[in-house]
Design a protein around this ligand. Sequence first.
Ligand code: URA
Length: 195
Amino acid sequence: MQVSWQSLYDEIFACEKCELCRRIHNKVPGQGNVHAKLMFIGEGPGADEDMQGLAFVGAAGQLLTKMIAAMKLEREDVYICNIVKCRPPQNRTPLPEEAAACLPFLRQQVALVRPRVIVLLGATAARTLLREDFRITREHGKWVEKKGVWFMPTYHPAALLRDESKKREAWNDLKLVMEKLKDLEAQENGGFEGV
Ligand code: URA
């Protein structure tokens, strides 16, 4: 059932389905353009996100902003959220059961935004949404289509901050995303079919 943004956010703020909510300052539901064609999904809030209640506002978020700008877009053009809405202690990877408990919220966000393309930032997003044994190093940059939505797994910006040599590969992945958005837009506008 499709819920409204208000009831979805109310549900997220009231959620106690796993232990993560016990030690947080703020829930971090996600933010951005609710009509975006492009959505970014990370892993979970870090310390800055937990303090501000906003996704990707710390160091990784600043790099994500630059990545979005390199795509000739602004943060206001896209929707940004995470697999889990509460910060895991010491920024550990969310447990599969924590990700599973939070997944209905993400599904509702996707249903409401209806993006054409989703960039999965890092292994946790790819493992939760594509395949539990997904290997980001080996399998990033390859499209997966599900029900008309195109998923592009790539490196998490935090991984790019740790290892700058991965930036070129990540940029190649994002260029594929730019091409796909252009192709989808051309299709929507009739393209050259039947000319
Ligand atoms: N890392 C994430 O995966 N998400 C954020 O919001 C911030 C850092």
